[in-house]
Ligand binder design. Structure first.
Ligand code: NAI
Length: 331
């Protein structure tokens, strides 16, 4: 019998990549466009071995209890972050949880540096201008990344890949991570020193109770005037209201976001014909020095291939009661 998987928040590109590899792993995949929530967990009643979820699906105690009742004992995240899963509740219910810890750190790192370059060199504005035969350079003045000090918070796989790229630009790198891994030409410093000395701050740590709103009014007060802040990690790392105040006060010179605290209500959907109710998000969009992408850091061909293969492999191992290195448990 093939492993039966209910894949939530399914997009056409998920289907393309999972269909490409599912035979290799002897799986049947049913694709549900809706996100997994307490309201629609009923969809998992069809004898599924696993649910496959993404960053904004709800995997809380209530959802997990229902899954357990339906005999579905595997939650396979097709992403690296797992802040949306109640791991303790899963363990209590004997539900095993796995993720894809490293599908392509370079995909996110390259997107991060893309945000930095677009903010500093204003590619997005230049593109529109030239399209309209406007070749004026007024307002497009940028700055060199060469010799700038970049503060990297979180030097795991993505942080490290970002550092490797930035070293090529000739940046000075400061880093903060509770677990210090020696990296050539990188100085680990306290968070306070990083905030005070960095021209650009880039976030690459997971969202945990300790890192929630790490970037807030107090941390902002320590930063340089005109600092660039880039977040491609998780929206909850940043207190968005504090960012808006910092932008209005001209303290923040540039803000690049691929993630947003309340993104679950917005991202991954075409809302171009809808009224957006989120006034905070709408305010962010009004600033000329804010660049937002809709959680697309992971979105490369290489990453989607690795995500599909690793997720299906994880499910196969767990369903066969074999050890799975990508299984996650409560700390
Ligand atoms: P990783 O686990 O390799 O590295 C995370 C690092 O953060 C570790 O070195 C850890 O020690 C450090 N860390 C933990 N607590 C910290 C704290 N309080 N302050 C500073 N550092 C701390 O994870 P990886 O693969 O580098 O991913 C990082 C994050 O990127 C993920 O948690 C996820 O939220 C996000 N992500 C975003 C994607 C996107 O499409 N925008 C795609 C993939 C991941």
């Amino acid at each position: 019998m093939p492993n039966k998987i209910a894949l939530f928040s399914a997009k056409p590109y998920d289907k393309t990549y999972f269909e490409q590899f599912r035979h290799e792993f002897d799986c049947q995949v049913d694709y549900f466009e809706v996100p997994l929530t307490e309201q629609n967990v009923q969809l998992c009643q069809g004898g599924y071995d696993a649910v496959c979820v993404f960053v904004n699906d709800t995997v809380n105690q209530a959802v997990l209890s229902q899954l357990s009742e339906f005999g579905c004992n595997i939650v396979a995240l097709r992403c690296a972050g797992f802040n949306n899963v109640d791991l303790q509740a899963a363990e209590n219910l004997n539900i095993r949880v796995c993720r894809v810890p490293s599908y392509s750190p370079e995909a996110v790192a390259e997107h991060t540096v893309g945000l930095m370059l677009t903010l500093s060199r204003k590619f997005h504005k230049a593109y529109n201008r030239v399209k309209e035969d406007n070749f004026s350079l007024n307002g497009l003045l940028g700055f060199n990344l060469f010799k700038k000090t970049v503060g990297i918070i979180g030097t795991g796989k993505i942080g490290h890949a970002t550092i490797n790229i930035l070293k090529g630009f000739g940046c000075n790198i400061l880093a903060f991570d509770p677990t210090e891994t020696p990296i050539d030409d990188v100085a680990y410093v306290s968070l306070e020193t990083l905030y005070k000395q960095a021209d650009i701050i880039s976030l690459h740590c997971p969202l945990t109770p300790q890192t929630h709103h790490l970037i807030n009014q107090d941390s902002l007060a320590l930063m340089r005037e005109g600092v660039m802040i880039v977040n491609t990690s998780r929206g909850g790392l940043i207190d968005t209201d504090a960012m808006i105040k910092g932008l209005k006060a001209r303290k923040i010179g540039y803000l690049g976001l691929d993630v947003y605290e309340q993104e679950a209500n917005l991202f991954f959907e075409d809302l171009s014909n809808e009224i957006i109710d989120d006034d905070v998000f709408q305010r962010l969009l009004t600033f000329p020095n804010v660049l937002i992408t809709g959680h697309q850091g992971f979105f490369t061909q290489e990453a989607l291939t690795a995500i599909a293969q690793t997720t299906l492999g994880n499910i196969q191992l767990l369903n066969n009661q074999q050890d799975c290195l990508n299984q996650i448990k409560p700390s």
